[in-house]
Ligand binder design. Structure first.
Ligand code: COA
Length: 226
């Protein structure tokens, strides 16, 4: 699923809840991170790392620990950039050579409406207005959850480039559907704060893709080199 949202240079490995992952054994350093975590967190932490190690293998990078660094961002081996996501029934890792992309972010969520009160906390009034219009045109998609996921993907792509927090209200996201397909499309995130420099260009936003499949909404942002 996530593969459809990213350029061909990105290696993705995903695991659905009903599949048995190949190897979820953690390195001792990783084990220490989740030593006191609840079972669900331990399982997702291990399964997504198994996905990431399989992606690393496909890129010719030897298996090694993937530890959370600053503010929880995964620390990738030199020469790689990547992103991971886990939710009920789904885990995915996306990795690419740093020469091919400057950054990327992936996120998956259950395709359900957001809990009461969350949307006004994460959406700008203009975004809420656009979501109302989308819901009128395409009622089969939980646009509120899609917007939330897009914001998470934006943050995961933003953070490795800046090392800074980005508030939900600091990116204005415009979501659109693919022509003739109501279950996939793209989005543009306009940054309302100064953007990161990539090469000789300061970004004013990010581009992303989304899909709704198998009871999930998935989003991805990829940041090309300038
Ligand atoms: C960090 C955050 C984006 C994770 O998203 P989530 O939907 O809660 O959880 P997911 O399962 O999809 O992703 C978790 C993975 O994100 C990655 N992650 C965590 N912090 C990260 C960061 N600062 N930068 C990049 N990736 C990060 C990790 O790989 C983590 O998995 P791990 O803990 O097993 O290593 C979210 O918890 C958060 O803090 N959001 C607030 C910031 C934000 O979204 N701003 C919106 C800007 S428009």
């Amino acid at each position: 699923m996530i593969e459809e949202l990213l350029p061909a240079s990105v290696v993705t490995v995903e695991a659905y809840g009903d599949e048995e992952p190949v190897n979820t054994v953690l390195y001792p350093e990783e084990e220490a991170v989740v030593a006191r975590a609840v079972g669900k967190r331990r399982r997702e932490f291990a399964v997504v790392r198994s996905c990431a190690r399989r992606a690393m293998d496909k890129l010719g990078v030897p298996a090694q620990p993937i530890l959370p660094g600053e503010r929880g961002a995964p620390v990738w081996p030199a020469g790689l950039v990547g992103s991971m996501t886990h939710c009920d029934g789904y885990c995915a890792a996306a990795l690419v050579r740093a020469a091919d992309l400057a950054s990327l972010g992936v996120d998956a969520e259950p395709h359900q409406t957001l809990p009461e009160g969350v949307l006004p906390a994460v959406a700008l009034p203009a975004e809420e207005e656009r979501l109302r219009r989308l819901a009128g045109d395409h009622p089969g998609v939980h646009w509120d959850r899609l917007l939330f996921s897009a914001k998470e993907s934006v943050y995961k792509a933003w953070f490795p480039l800046t090392g800074k927090w980005l508030d939900f209200t600091e990116a204005d996201i415009d979501v659109f559907t693919d022509p003739g397909d109501r279950r996939s499309g793209g989005f543009r995130a306009r940054l309302l704060v100064p953007g990161p420099w990539v090469g000789d260009r300061q970004l004013d936003g990010f581009e992303g893709r989304w899909t709704v499949q198998r009871g999930l909404v998935a989003t991805a942002v990829s940041v090309p080199h300038t």
